[in-house]
Design a protein around this ligand. Sequence first.
Ligand code: ADP
Ligand code: MG
Length: 329
Amino acid sequence: MKRLLILMLILSQSGLFAQQLERHNKVLKLMGSRFEITAIHEDSQVAWDAINAGIAEIQRIERLISSWDPNSQTSEVIRQAGMAPVQVDQELFDLIKRAIQISKITDGAFDISYASMDRIWKFDGSMKEMPDAETVALAASRIDYHKIILNEAERTVLLKDKGMKIGFGAIGKGYAAQKAKEVMSSLGIKNGVVNASGDLIAWGHDERGQVFEVGIADPKNIQQVLSWLQVENTSVVTSGDYERYVMFDNKRYAHIIDPRTGYPTTGIKSVTIITANPELADALSTSVFVLGVDQGLELVNQLPGVECLIITDQDQIKTSQNLTLNNKS
Ligand code: ADP
Ligand code: MG
Protein backbone atom coordinates (compact mmCIF):
# COMPACT_ATOMS: atom_id res chain seq x y z
CA MET A 1 0.00 0.00 0.00
CA LYS A 2 2.72 2.32 1.04
CA ARG A 3 4.71 1.49 -2.03
CA LEU A 4 1.76 2.27 -4.28
CA LEU A 5 1.28 5.62 -2.67
CA ILE A 6 4.88 6.54 -3.28
CA LEU A 7 4.61 5.44 -6.88
CA MET A 8 1.53 7.59 -7.38
CA LEU A 9 3.26 10.56 -5.89
CA ILE A 10 6.16 10.18 -8.26
CA LEU A 11 3.84 9.78 -11.20
CA SER A 12 1.86 12.86 -10.37
CA GLN A 13 5.01 14.85 -9.94
CA SER A 14 6.24 13.71 -13.29
CA GLY A 15 3.13 15.24 -14.77
CA LEU A 16 1.59 12.04 -16.00
CA PHE A 17 -1.56 12.64 -14.04
CA ALA A 18 -1.70 16.33 -14.76
CA GLN A 19 -4.08 17.52 -17.42
CA GLN A 20 -2.58 18.99 -20.52
CA LEU A 21 -2.13 22.74 -20.59
CA GLU A 22 -3.84 24.25 -23.58
CA ARG A 23 -3.64 27.57 -25.30
CA HIS A 24 -6.89 29.43 -25.87
CA ASN A 25 -7.00 32.76 -27.59
CA LYS A 26 -9.26 35.36 -29.08
CA VAL A 27 -8.52 38.13 -31.56
CA LEU A 28 -10.85 41.11 -31.65
CA LYS A 29 -10.99 44.85 -32.11
CA LEU A 30 -10.97 46.88 -28.91
CA MET A 31 -10.02 50.53 -28.40
CA GLY A 32 -9.78 50.84 -32.18
CA SER A 33 -6.93 48.30 -32.25
CA ARG A 34 -6.42 44.61 -32.80
CA PHE A 35 -6.20 42.78 -29.50
CA GLU A 36 -5.16 39.18 -29.04
CA ILE A 37 -5.90 37.68 -25.66
CA THR A 38 -4.36 34.35 -24.73
CA ALA A 39 -5.00 32.17 -21.71
CA ILE A 40 -3.13 28.94 -21.11
CA HIS A 41 -4.99 26.56 -18.87
CA GLU A 42 -5.91 22.89 -18.67
CA ASP A 43 -9.59 23.71 -18.23
CA SER A 44 -11.03 25.46 -21.27
CA GLN A 45 -13.96 26.81 -19.26
CA VAL A 46 -11.59 28.59 -16.87
CA ALA A 47 -9.61 29.93 -19.83
CA TRP A 48 -12.65 31.31 -21.65
CA ASP A 49 -14.20 32.84 -18.54
CA ALA A 50 -10.92 34.67 -17.99
CA ILE A 51 -10.60 35.78 -21.61
CA ASN A 52 -14.14 37.15 -21.55
CA ALA A 53 -13.52 38.92 -18.26
CA GLY A 54 -10.35 40.44 -19.72
CA ILE A 55 -12.31 41.71 -22.71
CA ALA A 56 -15.01 43.21 -20.47
CA GLU A 57 -12.30 44.96 -18.46
CA ILE A 58 -10.77 46.52 -21.59
CA GLN A 59 -14.21 47.68 -22.74
CA ARG A 60 -14.85 49.22 -19.34
CA ILE A 61 -11.57 51.15 -19.51
CA GLU A 62 -12.36 52.27 -23.05
CA ARG A 63 -15.65 53.78 -21.88
CA LEU A 64 -13.79 55.71 -19.21
CA ILE A 65 -10.89 57.10 -21.22
CA SER A 66 -12.15 57.39 -24.79
CA SER A 67 -12.19 60.91 -26.16
CA TRP A 68 -14.33 59.74 -29.10
CA ASP A 69 -17.19 58.56 -26.92
CA PRO A 70 -19.16 61.71 -25.96
CA ASN A 71 -20.43 59.93 -22.84
CA SER A 72 -17.00 59.25 -21.35
CA GLN A 73 -15.70 61.19 -18.37
CA THR A 74 -12.73 62.19 -20.52
CA SER A 75 -15.06 63.85 -23.04
CA GLU A 76 -16.75 65.79 -20.26
CA VAL A 77 -13.37 67.05 -19.02
CA ILE A 78 -12.63 68.23 -22.57
CA ARG A 79 -16.03 69.93 -22.96
CA GLN A 80 -15.44 71.84 -19.71
CA ALA A 81 -11.94 73.03 -20.70
CA GLY A 82 -11.37 76.63 -19.64
CA MET A 83 -14.61 76.57 -17.67
CA ALA A 84 -15.11 74.15 -14.82
CA PRO A 85 -13.42 71.29 -12.98
CA VAL A 86 -15.04 67.91 -13.57
CA GLN A 87 -15.30 65.24 -10.92
CA VAL A 88 -14.04 61.91 -12.24
CA ASP A 89 -13.60 58.34 -10.99
CA GLN A 90 -10.55 57.71 -8.85
CA GLU A 91 -9.25 55.43 -11.59
CA LEU A 92 -9.25 58.14 -14.25
CA PHE A 93 -7.87 60.66 -11.78
CA ASP A 94 -4.97 58.33 -10.96
CA LEU A 95 -4.28 57.60 -14.63
CA ILE A 96 -4.03 61.32 -15.37
CA LYS A 97 -1.78 61.75 -12.36
CA ARG A 98 0.57 59.03 -13.60
CA ALA A 99 0.54 60.55 -17.10
CA ILE A 100 1.63 63.89 -15.61
CA GLN A 101 4.44 62.15 -13.74
CA ILE A 102 5.67 60.74 -17.04
CA SER A 103 5.50 64.25 -18.52
CA LYS A 104 7.77 65.36 -15.69
CA ILE A 105 10.39 62.64 -16.16
CA THR A 106 10.41 63.14 -19.93
CA ASP A 107 10.58 66.90 -19.66
CA GLY A 108 7.26 67.27 -21.46
CA ALA A 109 8.05 64.95 -24.38
CA PHE A 110 5.10 62.90 -23.23
CA ASP A 111 2.03 65.06 -22.77
CA ILE A 112 -1.59 63.88 -22.87
CA SER A 113 -2.61 67.45 -23.74
CA TYR A 114 -0.96 66.86 -27.16
CA ALA A 115 -4.58 66.15 -28.13
CA SER A 116 -5.31 69.76 -29.07
CA MET A 117 -3.43 68.84 -32.27
CA ASP A 118 -5.69 65.97 -33.22
CA ARG A 119 -7.69 67.90 -35.81
CA ILE A 120 -4.58 69.20 -37.52
CA TRP A 121 -2.48 66.14 -38.24
CA LYS A 122 -4.08 63.14 -39.87
CA PHE A 123 -2.16 59.93 -40.35
CA ASP A 124 -4.71 57.95 -42.31
CA GLY A 125 -3.51 59.04 -45.74
CA SER A 126 -6.07 61.83 -46.07
CA MET A 127 -3.57 64.66 -45.62
CA LYS A 128 -2.30 66.09 -48.88
CA GLU A 129 -0.33 69.10 -47.72
CA MET A 130 1.39 70.47 -44.66
CA PRO A 131 -0.90 72.50 -42.40
CA ASP A 132 0.10 76.14 -42.25
CA ALA A 133 2.54 77.16 -39.57
CA GLU A 134 0.11 79.50 -37.82
CA THR A 135 -2.51 76.83 -37.34
CA VAL A 136 0.11 74.49 -35.94
CA ALA A 137 1.50 77.14 -33.61
CA LEU A 138 -1.92 78.07 -32.26
CA ALA A 139 -2.86 74.47 -31.50
CA ALA A 140 0.60 73.76 -30.06
CA SER A 141 0.26 76.70 -27.68
CA ARG A 142 -2.55 74.76 -26.00
CA ILE A 143 -0.32 71.81 -25.15
CA ASP A 144 0.92 72.07 -21.59
CA TYR A 145 0.60 69.44 -18.93
CA HIS A 146 1.15 72.10 -16.24
CA LYS A 147 -2.31 73.34 -17.15
CA ILE A 148 -3.99 70.07 -16.27
CA ILE A 149 -5.15 70.94 -12.78
CA LEU A 150 -5.85 68.07 -10.43
CA ASN A 151 -7.66 68.53 -7.14
CA GLU A 152 -7.08 65.50 -4.91
CA ALA A 153 -9.67 66.42 -2.29
CA GLU A 154 -12.46 67.02 -4.78
CA ARG A 155 -11.17 64.41 -7.24
CA THR A 156 -11.59 66.87 -10.08
CA VAL A 157 -9.75 67.62 -13.30
CA LEU A 158 -9.66 71.03 -14.93
CA LEU A 159 -8.07 71.86 -18.25
CA LYS A 160 -7.12 75.45 -17.62
CA ASP A 161 -7.42 76.93 -21.11
CA LYS A 162 -10.26 76.86 -23.58
CA GLY A 163 -9.42 74.60 -26.52
CA MET A 164 -7.27 72.28 -24.41
CA LYS A 165 -7.80 68.57 -24.85
CA ILE A 166 -6.40 65.38 -23.43
CA GLY A 167 -6.00 61.99 -25.08
CA PHE A 168 -4.75 58.63 -23.86
CA GLY A 169 -3.58 57.28 -27.23
CA ALA A 170 -0.06 56.70 -25.93
CA ILE A 171 -0.84 55.15 -22.56
CA GLY A 172 -4.37 53.69 -22.68
CA LYS A 173 -3.59 50.45 -24.47
CA GLY A 174 -0.76 49.69 -22.06
CA TYR A 175 -2.97 50.43 -19.08
CA ALA A 176 -5.76 48.27 -20.48
CA ALA A 177 -3.34 45.39 -21.12
CA GLN A 178 -2.11 45.53 -17.52
CA LYS A 179 -5.65 45.58 -16.10
CA ALA A 180 -6.79 42.73 -18.35
CA LYS A 181 -3.81 40.69 -17.17
CA GLU A 182 -4.72 41.39 -13.53
CA VAL A 183 -8.33 40.32 -14.04
CA MET A 184 -7.28 37.14 -15.85
CA SER A 185 -4.71 36.29 -13.17
CA SER A 186 -7.32 36.72 -10.46
CA LEU A 187 -9.45 34.13 -12.29
CA GLY A 188 -6.68 31.57 -12.13
CA ILE A 189 -4.71 32.18 -15.31
CA LYS A 190 -1.06 31.74 -14.40
CA ASN A 191 0.14 31.78 -18.00
CA GLY A 192 -1.10 34.20 -20.60
CA VAL A 193 -0.54 37.03 -23.02
CA VAL A 194 -2.43 40.22 -23.76
CA ASN A 195 -1.28 41.75 -27.01
CA ALA A 196 -2.78 45.11 -27.93
CA SER A 197 -1.37 45.57 -31.45
CA GLY A 198 2.20 45.43 -30.31
CA ASP A 199 1.64 46.50 -26.73
CA LEU A 200 2.16 43.18 -25.09
CA ILE A 201 2.32 41.70 -21.63
CA ALA A 202 3.17 38.05 -21.06
CA TRP A 203 3.16 36.19 -17.78
CA GLY A 204 4.15 32.65 -16.90
CA HIS A 205 5.08 30.25 -19.69
CA ASP A 206 3.60 28.84 -22.84
CA GLU A 207 1.69 25.54 -22.96
CA ARG A 208 4.94 23.57 -23.24
CA GLY A 209 6.37 25.29 -20.19
CA GLN A 210 8.70 27.41 -22.26
CA VAL A 211 9.41 31.09 -22.03
CA PHE A 212 7.40 33.27 -24.42
CA GLU A 213 9.36 34.87 -27.20
CA VAL A 214 8.54 38.03 -29.08
CA GLY A 215 9.98 38.66 -32.50
CA ILE A 216 11.15 42.13 -33.42
CA ALA A 217 10.48 42.72 -37.10
CA ASP A 218 13.34 43.56 -39.41
CA PRO A 219 12.69 47.12 -40.62
CA LYS A 220 14.10 46.23 -44.04
CA ASN A 221 11.67 43.36 -44.40
CA ILE A 222 8.93 43.40 -41.84
CA GLN A 223 7.94 39.82 -42.59
CA GLN A 224 11.28 38.73 -41.16
CA VAL A 225 12.27 38.55 -37.53
CA LEU A 226 15.34 40.54 -36.71
CA SER A 227 15.71 39.36 -33.15
CA TRP A 228 13.87 37.32 -30.56
CA LEU A 229 13.25 38.69 -27.11
CA GLN A 230 12.51 36.31 -24.29
CA VAL A 231 9.68 37.66 -22.24
CA GLU A 232 9.31 36.28 -18.79
CA ASN A 233 6.77 38.20 -16.78
CA THR A 234 7.42 41.39 -18.61
CA SER A 235 5.92 43.62 -21.22
CA VAL A 236 7.21 44.52 -24.64
CA VAL A 237 5.65 47.57 -26.21
CA THR A 238 6.35 48.89 -29.67
CA SER A 239 5.38 52.35 -30.80
CA GLY A 240 5.24 53.36 -34.37
CA ASP A 241 3.51 50.93 -36.60
CA TYR A 242 4.77 51.03 -40.12
CA GLU A 243 1.52 52.27 -41.57
CA ARG A 244 0.72 55.44 -39.74
CA TYR A 245 2.91 58.25 -40.97
CA VAL A 246 2.83 61.00 -43.58
CA MET A 247 5.49 62.01 -46.08
CA PHE A 248 6.17 65.62 -47.06
CA ASP A 249 9.18 66.55 -49.17
CA ASN A 250 10.58 63.08 -48.73
CA LYS A 251 10.51 63.39 -44.98
CA ARG A 252 8.68 60.86 -42.91
CA TYR A 253 6.49 62.19 -40.11
CA ALA A 254 5.36 59.75 -37.42
CA HIS A 255 1.95 59.88 -35.75
CA ILE A 256 3.52 61.18 -32.58
CA ILE A 257 3.56 64.89 -31.89
CA ASP A 258 6.46 66.81 -30.45
CA PRO A 259 4.65 68.95 -27.84
CA ARG A 260 7.37 71.60 -28.04
CA THR A 261 6.71 72.34 -31.71
CA GLY A 262 3.34 70.86 -32.58
CA TYR A 263 4.97 68.99 -35.46
CA PRO A 264 5.17 65.21 -35.76
CA THR A 265 8.47 63.65 -34.82
CA THR A 266 10.99 62.58 -37.45
CA GLY A 267 14.06 60.39 -37.39
CA ILE A 268 12.69 57.24 -35.75
CA LYS A 269 10.64 54.44 -37.28
CA SER A 270 9.89 52.44 -34.18
CA VAL A 271 10.67 52.23 -30.50
CA THR A 272 10.33 49.08 -28.42
CA ILE A 273 10.37 49.31 -24.64
CA ILE A 274 10.81 46.30 -22.41
CA THR A 275 9.79 46.66 -18.78
CA ALA A 276 7.48 45.06 -16.23
CA ASN A 277 4.56 47.44 -16.54
CA PRO A 278 3.00 47.87 -20.00
CA GLU A 279 1.50 51.24 -19.12
CA LEU A 280 4.92 52.69 -18.41
CA ALA A 281 6.31 50.93 -21.48
CA ASP A 282 3.57 52.41 -23.66
CA ALA A 283 4.15 55.95 -22.44
CA LEU A 284 7.94 55.65 -22.64
CA SER A 285 7.89 54.28 -26.18
CA THR A 286 6.06 57.40 -27.31
CA SER A 287 8.38 59.61 -25.26
CA VAL A 288 11.53 58.19 -26.85
CA PHE A 289 10.12 59.06 -30.28
CA VAL A 290 9.89 62.69 -29.22
CA LEU A 291 13.20 62.80 -27.36
CA GLY A 292 15.09 61.26 -30.27
CA VAL A 293 17.76 58.56 -30.20
CA ASP A 294 20.37 60.19 -27.96
CA GLN A 295 18.18 61.78 -25.33
CA GLY A 296 15.79 58.85 -25.46
CA LEU A 297 18.49 56.30 -24.71
CA GLU A 298 19.96 58.54 -22.06
CA LEU A 299 16.61 58.58 -20.27
CA VAL A 300 16.06 54.83 -20.58
CA ASN A 301 19.57 54.07 -19.34
CA GLN A 302 18.76 55.98 -16.16
CA LEU A 303 15.59 54.04 -15.47
CA PRO A 304 16.13 50.76 -13.62
CA GLY A 305 14.44 47.76 -15.20
CA VAL A 306 13.70 49.51 -18.47
CA GLU A 307 15.28 48.55 -21.79
CA CYS A 308 14.79 49.93 -25.25
CA LEU A 309 15.36 49.16 -28.92
CA ILE A 310 15.10 51.90 -31.52
CA ILE A 311 14.93 51.59 -35.29
CA THR A 312 15.87 54.82 -36.99
CA ASP A 313 14.64 56.20 -40.30
CA GLN A 314 17.89 54.88 -41.78
CA ASP A 315 17.08 51.39 -40.47
CA GLN A 316 19.83 51.56 -37.90
CA ILE A 317 19.28 49.70 -34.67
CA LYS A 318 20.11 51.34 -31.36
CA THR A 319 19.70 49.69 -27.99
CA SER A 320 19.91 50.65 -24.35
CA GLN A 321 22.90 49.55 -22.27
CA ASN A 322 21.63 46.25 -20.90
CA LEU A 323 19.69 44.91 -23.84
CA THR A 324 21.17 41.86 -25.47
CA LEU A 325 19.67 40.77 -28.73
CA ASN A 326 19.24 37.16 -29.54
CA ASN A 327 19.70 36.83 -33.27
CA LYS A 328 18.69 33.49 -34.62
CA SER A 329 19.02 33.01 -38.29
P1 ADP B 1 1.06 53.28 -31.33
O1 ADP B 1 -0.21 53.94 -31.69
O2 ADP B 1 1.89 52.91 -32.49
O3 ADP B 1 0.89 52.23 -30.29
P2 ADP B 1 1.95 55.13 -29.33
O4 ADP B 1 1.73 54.24 -28.18
O5 ADP B 1 3.21 55.87 -29.33
O6 ADP B 1 1.95 54.37 -30.70
O7 ADP B 1 0.76 56.13 -29.38
C1 ADP B 1 0.67 57.14 -30.32
C2 ADP B 1 -0.52 57.96 -29.99
O8 ADP B 1 -0.25 58.75 -28.84
C3 ADP B 1 -0.91 58.94 -31.04
O9 ADP B 1 -1.75 58.35 -32.00
C4 ADP B 1 -1.62 59.99 -30.24
O10 ADP B 1 -2.92 59.56 -29.92
C5 ADP B 1 -0.84 60.03 -28.93
N1 ADP B 1 0.26 61.01 -28.88
C6 ADP B 1 0.91 61.61 -29.92
N2 ADP B 1 1.90 62.38 -29.49
C7 ADP B 1 1.90 62.31 -28.14
C8 ADP B 1 2.70 62.91 -27.10
N3 ADP B 1 3.73 63.72 -27.39
N4 ADP B 1 2.41 62.61 -25.81
C9 ADP B 1 1.39 61.79 -25.52
N5 ADP B 1 0.60 61.20 -26.43
C10 ADP B 1 0.86 61.45 -27.73
MG1 MG C 1 3.02 54.47 -26.56
